[in-house]
Design a protein around this ligand. Structure first.
Ligand code: NAG
Length: 225
């Protein structure tokens, strides 16, 4: 107990450090507006983006899955779950696309990939490997100012203004981000947990991050080996 408390304090006070989180997950164990993981991307300007993650929750309310803000747009690139509509909504800048009719079961791991190409203005969601419709959203400009990427909380301003009722409670793993639209083949490899090209912007196996408040790093292994 004492050890884990010490470890937690060490982790919370640590400066950003690069870690290989392969086989591990972030646990967000309670509803707060203070606990989060802040990820430092290796690039800060983009004309296209793919973000993939796996998450598990039993929340019966709206919640954030991935929040990237800039000083211009608090929802520069946001993946949000809207409970009443049962929709996953990628928000890009001031636009959003809605993906409904999904089997977003509670207490089940879901692999979610979101792609965006700013030149044509198309967004696409892949839900557990299922290809969903490409939709038109905010074309023209990419991302050119330094982003703030946060897991666990939704940024209503650049780097802050969290809403406890949009916080994520549950587990999250295998967060990757690329500065291009991943091919269908690469997405299937990611979903199937086969060997895939790791994110060149965020790589779960070499993640530059820091944790604030109660976010724990645990093994995600479910079975004996
Ligand atoms: C969060 O939701 C609860 C229950 O619906 C509500 O009572 C509370 O005011 C909300 N808090 C904020 C900060 O919106």
């Amino acid at each position: 107990m004492l050890f884990s408390v010490c470890l937690m304090i060490l982790v919370s006070n640590a400066a950003a450090a690069i870690q290989d989180l392969s086989g591990k997950m972030f646990v967000f164990p309670q509803q707060t507006k203070t606990a989060y993981a802040k990820l430092t991307p290796s690039k800060t300007s983009f004309s296209a983006i793919t973000v993939c993650h796996r998450s598990l929750t039993d929340l019966k309310r709206d919640h954030v899955l991935f929040s990237m803000s800039t000083s211009t747009n608090s929802n520069e690139f946001l993946v949000f779950y809207k409970f009443t509509a049962n929709e996953i909504q990628p928000h890009i800048k001031t636009g959003l696309a809605s993906y409904g009719g999904l089997d977003y079961k509670l207490n089940t791991w879901h692999s979610i990939c979101t792609t965006w190409d700013s030149t044509v203005g198309l967004v696409q969601l892949w839900f557990n490997g299922q290809q969903l419709t490409k939709k038109y959203i905010t074309p023209g400009t990419g991302v050119s100012t330094t982003p703030s990427i946060i897991l666990g909380q939704e940024q209503d301003s650049h780097g802050g203004s969290f809403d406890i009722n949009q916080s994520f409670v549950g587990m999250m793993t295998d967060v990757h981000m690329w500065d291009y639209v991943l091919s269908a083949c690469e997405i299937q490899k990611y979903v199937s947990e086969l060997s895939f090209t790791p994110g060149n912007v965020l790589n779960w196996a070499a993640l530059d991050f820091l944790i604030r408040d109660r976010v724990l790093i645990e093994n995600k292994q479910l079975y004996c080996q």
